[in-house]
Design a protein around this ligand. Structure first.
Ligand SMILES: [Zn+2]
Ligand SMILES: [Zn+2]
Length: 341
């Protein structure tokens, strides 16, 4: 029996090797792959609020993870919150319908939150978005967007000239800044997005966003410390996506950097400690505020091995997960479920 299985396995591997090493075999496999890739489509029929982690890392390097990015999608709405380096590829890999992107919400203007604003705009423009892309954010948004539009003016021009004005009109590639300050809200049909103050001091302004879709509620923090405002805003919500800083890991990294004579690195690691939410404070707040499910993203640092993961998970309640790029949270309307995939 075992021998028969081994023979079948050997024949199978032999056939695969022949197909892979033969030009027409390669074309056959490529055609199959292309056909499958082209047929993939995000659209789901049901009325759920879906949340994609399109970037789970902070600026501290973590292979395989993009910087801060969360996508919010319903059958009628599609917003991206922050656009860190590497996040557009994650949106593309998830087959997100970028041609119907309603806009990007920016929490603050640190580079790891705005690095790919033009990139996501470009892919969405190429995909056929019918309106210019709106970028919402607090005071400073106009300055940032004006600079991006200036920087990429030639890129827009090249692409319009190359593909034709009818196909890629320039005006659809110009980002549109929309000021949305703390305590202001944006309502589109059954979706309400409210901006509220974050404490990322000395960086100001910085905001978090509360997303309400029918009976489901999600908060995305961007970068913040735990504050009474945040604790108030997350009371009883379905899902919290928050930045999270591991003091035990950072402390060891600072000690290691100091010992190795990397004084600049040690200083930076010390400086970041006071403007992100520590895991201890988050766990305390999540329990007290009755948050149903929490995902740590924008992790400082994002775990890159099992030891770091284990340290993050020490004392972590069952309803808190460490996110990865490409992780989905699905919140069906009309019940309390939060599904994690
Ligand atoms: Zn920041
Ligand atoms: Zn950040």
């Amino acid at each position: 029996m075992v021998r028969a299985v081994l023979i079948i396995l050997a024949i199978g591997l032999g056939i695969i090797a022949v197909v892979l090493n033969n030009e027409s075999g390669q074309i056959f496999l490529l055609d199959r792959g292309v056909k499958l890739a082209m047929a993939q489509d995000y659209e789901h029929g049901d009325d759920s609020l879906r949340v994609l982690v399109c970037g789970s890392s902070s600026p501290l390097p973590a292979a395989g993870r993009a910087q801060g990015c969360i996508a919010i999608i319903t059958p009628e709405h599609f917003f991206v919150i922050d656009s860190g380096a590497g996040s557009t590829r994650n949106l593309q890999s998830a087959n997100m319908p970028l041609n119907r992107l309603d806009g990007v919400l920016v929490t603050h203007f640190h580079s790891d939150h705005i690095a790919e604003l033009y990139e996501v705009n470009l892919i969405s423009w190429v995909g056929g978005r019918p309106e210019p892309m709106k970028v919402y954010g607090p005071k400073g948004i106009k300055k940032v967007i004006s600079g991006i539009n200036d920087t990429y003016e030639l890129d827009v021009q090249y692409r319009t000239e190359h593909h034709g004005k009818a196909f890629m009109p320039e005006k659809l590639a110009v980002l549109q800044p929309v000021r949305l300050d703390a305590d202001e809200a944006l309502t589109i049909g059954s979706l309400k997005i409210t901006s509220f103050s974050a404490d990322h001091s000395p960086i100001s302004p910085a905001v978090s966003y509360k997303i309400e879709y029918k009976d489901r509620v999600v908060v995305v923090t961007g970068d913040t410390n735990v504050t009474t405002t945040l604790a108030e805003q997350v009371k009883g919500i379905d899902l919290l996506l928050t930045d999270a800083l591991s003091l035990p890991i950072l402390d060891r990294m600072i000690a290691g950097a100091t010992e190795a004579g990397r004084t600049r690195g040690a200083k930076i690691l010390k400086d970041v400690q006071d403007y992100h939410a520590s895991t201890e404070k988050l766990i305390e707040m999540i329990g007290a505020s009755d948050v149903q499910m929490t995902g740590f993203y924008h992790m400082v640092p994002a775990p890159t091995n099992i030891v770091m993961e284990k340290i993050y998970k020490n004392d972590l309640p069952d309803n808190v997960v460490l996110t990865d790029d490409g992780m989905w949270f699905t919140l069906p309307v009309g019940n309390d479920r939060v599904q994690v995939d």
